[in-house]
Ligand binder design. Sequence first.
Ligand code: GLC
Length: 720
Amino acid sequence: MHRPHPTEVYENEVKDLLSRMTVGEKLGQLQQLTWTGGTGPGGGQTEEVERAARAGLLGSVLNLHGAAHTNTLQRMAVEESRLGIPLVFGLDVIHGFWTTFPIPLAQASSFDPEVAVRDAEVSAKEARSNGIRWTFAPMMDVTHEPRWGRIAESCGEDPHLNAVLAVAKTRAYQGDDLAADDRLAACAKHFVAYGGAEGGRDYNTVDVSEQRLRNLYLPPFKAAVDAGVATVMAAFNTVSGVPAHGNPHTMTGILKEEWGFGGVVVSDYTGVEELIAHGYAADGADAARLALTAGLDMEMVSTHIAGHGARLLADGLITEERLDDAVARVLALKFALGLFDDPYTDESAAVDEPTPTARAAARYTAARSMVLLKNDGGALPLDAAASGTIAVAGPFADHTDLHGTWAGPGCRRFPSVSLLDAVRAAAPAATVTHAGGGAEAVAAAARAADVTILAVGEEPGLSGEAAVRADIALPEGQAELIAAVAATGKPFVVVLLNGRPLTIGDWVDGVPAILEAWHPGIEAGHAIADVLFGAVTPGGKLPVSFPRAVGQIPVYYNRENTGRPHDPGSDEKYVSRYLDLADGPQFVFGHGLSYTTFTTGEPRLGRPVVSVGELDDGTRIDVRVTVTNTGERTGDEVVQLYVHDPVASIAQPVRRLRGFERVTLAPGESRELAFTLGADDLGFWTNDQNGRYVIEPGAIDVYAGTSSRAEPRATLTVTR
Ligand code: GLC
């Protein structure tokens, strides 16, 4: 369904305004500046922003929020400049504004798009009431790199899961009317393949084949564009030697021409300037020319397009057509946001703190995003009615900053609920002790307790942008705490609070139960306690593989089989394996346990044969899978549907996730789930630079199960 772009909807208004603008005013609309501090306009430290606003030479401001503050700056633009074109205020509202939700990697673990919706709806209401109209989210960078700190902001290693969450979040941020007072323009970022940085080192080289670009990295962006995402942000990295900020193939060829994207492409922070450091632009003017010509529309923070644009235009180095197209996209966005009708924010309606409803949503989504990695002997759930002694130990036992990276302004005002406080609330009859650190003190607390909850992991600053770790084990001293508690022989469980997969092979075997809680946000403690004491049965699944060792990276489920796969159990030498490490990850993509057990049946195809022509015409194959709760407790299971094309002109991943559904089943309950497979599931992109998607005749294996190790299978035959 073609959704008219704002440039189509507001074509006349935009054309009229463009006809009255000077070159300087046009270039001003392509400039976004950051508010660098101070208490807000008038008392701010950015006279440059105020001066540009008054002169009508500024299109957007990031990092300023607050209805009064944004209104003050807006009045300068609207009431003092010649044409009164309003500013659009942007901010990184990634997983919360006042109310911090779980990090996006945690939200992906829920395998439930509703989790992303809850976050986006609360966040949009809070941010919009504080003057923000544009969020630089959702981030949808597929990545196989747990060393990369921004994996915390992603939805992991699978393009389908990233796409489903990206669409859910985009639609929830934007709603059906961008001008509504509880919606935001969304931003698909970072375009493109940022998650492929070599060595996981941020901003590093990405050299990627066209087929992998199109089969792995692009699908979430295409889904977001089809869902009507208003803006796209360029990525810092090169894409096969050409920086994304100056890459005509990706920004114009694919995004704007192949996909018909009609919105705004904004640079990342000084991304245009960085074309010089990349060795792609000779100087600022060259960077401006290369970026604008390649399809970039608005420059964030660096000022080369605004600074050199007039001269570039006069010298014929950029075209008036491209300039007007970029300005039209920006103006159309502002019309769609309702800024020309009402550029100001109602200061009396500003949301100033998390509401109880928002907190409840944060708590619900955080618990739903947790993954039970291990639960030997039913160590979990704990008994909330127990009157014994519970030790809450480790560096995160009483931590109140569990918001994670890219938390909104709320993380500075509203601390997370600590695990210690939450356990005391969840188990009122118990004696709850606390031992923050020191192996001996923690061991002593464990010896004196009936059960110990050991909270370990990463400080939020160890993940996120420019937070890359060469070693992804638990930080210094924490494995020793686990060993000390294990040595007491007393019951204990480990709660992980981290922003990436960790290598846990040194201690995983000695721990009865491990709950992956990620960075759960403002309601962290309560959400963890809800799961530990069984108020919520865990149902999350891993959206990323956990490597056994950092030397094994990259290890991911959607891998090629290679010509010499290692057959587990065989000691054949000349195969693809490590001499000093077992095959495969510690925990696979899609892994996650529950407090009950489930079985899934064979996938049943609606028809065993379909032709390429039928698929091209939109035929979809029904696939039914029955899942049963075979345990004693009500619980959630995520049934996952994978395909594998065993013979193709491009070697296909051994598994590709093409569907999933999370269901809650009572003990003994069975449910038949319905999926469909169509052309977009059964074919793949080739290495053709112009984009060629093919569906090839032959057998396609269809797997259904509760992780990427799914075995039950059916075979679909595709005929010519
Ligand atoms: C940062 C990030 C980007 C963010 C932007 C504005 O460098 O790369 O994701 O939206 O700058 O803060």
